[in-house]
Design a binder for this molecule. Structure first.
Ligand code: NAP
Length: 293
């Protein structure tokens, strides 16, 4: 048996996201030079969850840096559903707003499905509206959920053609697992979706040429779960206590164990995370172009 360790390639999500943002920035400059308005992105944040506040701040920063008109709407944690729906309705009708994102998770008394349903699908830059999810699975143009879209770009950076590759999607959320599976299927991969009720996860993972992990369990995927040479996309963001008591971020994949076995891997942080906001900006620009007619 050949036991020569593989040189695992680290996929630099930060650099690939910066390239995408630069392209979006120049497209927006060209659009405005042609007399069009700046794409407008509105983000609604309900409550004061610190992690959500950081995500919203970063989205605002990157949208403005790209030349977008970025609006942040903050509502109190106890705001009633009717108030949130009123805000969404206003943004739906505002011609200067092309993209609407409601930061999830919402406080427990608010129904996220009802809010997502209320967003105009043409402005649903998070790609979570059933119309966009349905269009994606029907092979029609859609606004696609940002994180899986970013994952596909990262996969393409090391493997331009997915035809016939076996992609295992670990996790089946509406935000990540399901749209990722649809994107991979559309790219001609053979797709398996695994979840908490799947049997023999290590065995399933070992069959994968491409493994996308989005479970939210720190370092669950071990080195002996990996087919030699496989491409690993680690979506997980798990905060755990570090050796000095400070919290550190770990992915769903045991990075050190898979080095020397995987062909390529995204680090956490610095892999999938930076792509998510860049794809949000890309979706907002796409929405603006389509709404312009
Ligand atoms: P989610 O909605 O909680 O879904 C988790 C999925 O993992 C579910 O399908 C669940 O299965 C499955 N799962 C949980 N434990 C499992 C286990 N022990 N074995 C097998 N499957 C298991 O989470 P999500 O929103 O998809 O996010 C997943 C992770 O990605 C989280 O760490 C999140 O923070 C991260 N994330 C990162 C980004 C980014 O920009 N980098 C964006 C989004 C999410 P069931 O369906 O059977 O319950």
């Amino acid at each position: 048996m050949n036991t020569t360790p593989i040189q695992t390639r680290i996929i630099d999500g930060k650099a690939i996201a910066a390239e995408l943002r630069a392209k979006i920035t120049s497209d927006i400059a060209e659009r405005m030079a042609n007399g069009k308005t700046a794409p407008g992105l509105a983000v609604i944040l309900v409550g004061d969850d610190p992690a959500s506040a950081i995500y919203v701040r970063n989205k605002h920063r990157d949208a403005r840096a790209a030349g977008m008109n970025s609006i942040e709407i903050r509502l109190d944690a106890d705001c009633p559903m009717s108030r949130l729906l009123d805000e969404v309705a206003k943004l739906n009708h505002d011609p200067d707003v092309h993209g609407i994102l409601v930061q999830l998770p919402l406080p427990a008394h608010l129904d996220s499905n009802q809010v997502i349903d209320a967003i105009n699908p043409a402005k649903d830059v998070d790609g979570l509206h059933p119309v966009n999810a349905g269009r994606l699975s029907s092979g029609l143009p859609a606004l696609v959920s940002c994180t899986p879209q970013g994952c596909l770009t990262l996969i393409h950076s090391v493997l331009p053609d997915l035809s016939g590759q076996h992609l295992l999607m670990l996790g089946r959320s509406n935000l990540m697992g399901k749209p990722m599976a649809q994107l991979a299927l559309a790219a001609n991969a053979t797709v398996t979706i695994a979840h908490s009720k799947s049997r023999d996860l290590p065995g399933l993972c070992r069959q994968a040429d491409i493994l996308v992990a989005a479970v939210g369990r720190a370092e669950m995927v071990r080195g002996d779960w990996i087919k030699p040479g496989a491409i690993i996309i680690d979506v997980g963001i798990n905060r755990i206590d570090g050796p000095d008591g400070k919290s550190i971020i770990k992915g769903d994949v045991h990075f050190d164990q898979v080095m020397g076995i995987a062909g390529a891997i995204t680090p956490v942080p610095g892999g999938v995370g930076p792509m998510t906001i860049a794809c949000l900006l890309a979706n907002t620009l796409t929405a603006a172009k389509r709404l312009d007619g």
